[in-house]
Ligand binder design. Structure first.
Ligand code: G6P
Length: 367
């Protein structure tokens, strides 16, 4: 049947509010509540024997893949390549025999991702797909599907499907780490607990609406916006910039914070707000010094951070959005939701057609 907006003004707002539910539902498929361990469905290949993984996708799903790489590398020590499907399918990349092809797609129908899947299969890879539509073309051509339990996503710009993809990829990294012997049982318990805490913390993000609206008012006046992040927060910056472009039509660019001095710093002045994704953690000091450089050139800084990070950024940032404390493993998922919320608030101020942006399609089934 048709899906209503449940009293929300846009599907996007409704779908943003579904994040806690969707993350919880998706995790319930992959975490055994009794043992609190990740359980994978029986795979037709051995995760321990995979020499390398190739992740490919389009749009937001590609950014989920970048975070997936981060987790697979750090927790499972698995070498991973990530590329957009329209590049990978024509790149003639050498593949390792018996490697893992990891495809990520909400619809399971995106033409480039499907073509890449077929090329990877022809190249002798085991094909594992992370899909929101289990009866899709990609599902039919995969050796195994891990389902994101996001339900139908109506807004063209992806929101809840993205965090569901991240939830699955985090669990896959845990399972792979266990299979490869790189993840201790104690570490698995910590990571699983961090995942199980996510729905509650995601629900708390809606208390930040006033702070996000304050930031939105700064961003809505700009013609160009720069998003910065490092490590696991670089994909979050990419997601934030894409969402802003898609639904508010403001030009936004995401940069790995350490690359700022190799180009984008030339653009910085009062008219280009800099949105930093900079919670506390291993790379905080590095990001903070990049932000200091932007500030010194007259940039207006906005930071998404946590309480500890806020203490270090108060002197440099004009506006702060302080997210709940979270384990560094899962904090990028919370920050992804926050930057999506920002894009939504900017689009409201701009009065754009949030759910149906011009020139964009929900499912791109042509090359
Ligand atoms: C379109 C949508 C995006 C989505 C991308 C990939 O561009 O507007 O939101 O991320 O396709 O779609 P998929 O269904 O493969 O995840």
């Amino acid at each position: 049947g048709s899906i209503g907006k449940d009293g929300y003004r846009h599907y996007m707002d409704k779908e943003l509010h579904e994040h806690p539910l969707v993350i919880g539902q998706t995790l319930r498929r992959m975490i055994d509540p009794a043992t609190r361990r990740v359980v994978m469905p029986p795979l037709p290949f051995d995760l321990a024997a995979i020499p390398r993984a190739t992740i490919t996708a389009c749009g937001s799903a590609f950014y989920a893949g970048l975070l997936g790489r981060h987790w697979l590398e750090s927790e499972a020590r698995l070498p991973v390549d990530v590329d957009v499907a329209s590049e990978l399918r024509y790149r003639d990349a050498p593949l390792s025999a018996g490697g893992l092809a990891l495809l990520i797609s909400q619809s399971g129908e995106t033409a480039d991702t499907l073509a890449a899947l077929r090329a990877l299969r022809a190249g002798g890879q085991h094909v594992l797909s992370v899909l929101n539509v289990p009866e899709s073309s990609m599902a039919r051509d995969s050796d195994m599907v891990l389902e994101t339990v996001a339900g139908p996503e109506i807004c063209v710009a992806s929101t809840k499907a993205f965090t569901a993809q991240l939830s699955v990829l985090a669990c896959l990294a845990i399972a792979t780490g266990r299979a490869r012997g790189t993840l201790s049982a104690e570490r698995e318990q910590v990571l699983v607990q961090a995942l199980l805490d996510l729905p509650g913390k995601a629900a708390e993000l809606f208390d930040l609406r006033a702070d996000i609206q304050h930031v939105a008012a700064i961003v809505a006046d700009a013609r160009d916006v720069l998003y910065l992040g490092r490590g696991a927060y670089f994909p979050v910056a990419l997601e934030g910039a894409l969402k802003l472009k898609e639904i508010s039509y403001i030009h936004a660019e995401a940069y790995a914070a350490g690359e700022m001095k190799h180009g984008p710093i030339a653009l910085i002045d009062r008219s280009v707000p800099v949105v930093a994704i900079a919670p506390s953690g291993r790379l905080f000091g590095k990001t903070a010094s990049n932000l200091q450089e932007a500030r010194a050139r007259g940039g207006r800084l906005i930071a998404f951070t946590d309480a500890e990070g806020a203490a270090g950024l108060r002197g440099i940032a004009e506006a702060l959005v302080v997210l709940p404390e979270a384990d560094p493993f899962t904090a990028p998922i919370l920050h992804s939701i926050a930057v999506q919320m920002l894009a939504y608030e900017v689009a409201l101020l701009k009065g754009t057609d949030v759910d149906q942006p011009r020139n964009l399609a929900k499912s791109v089934t042509v090359e």
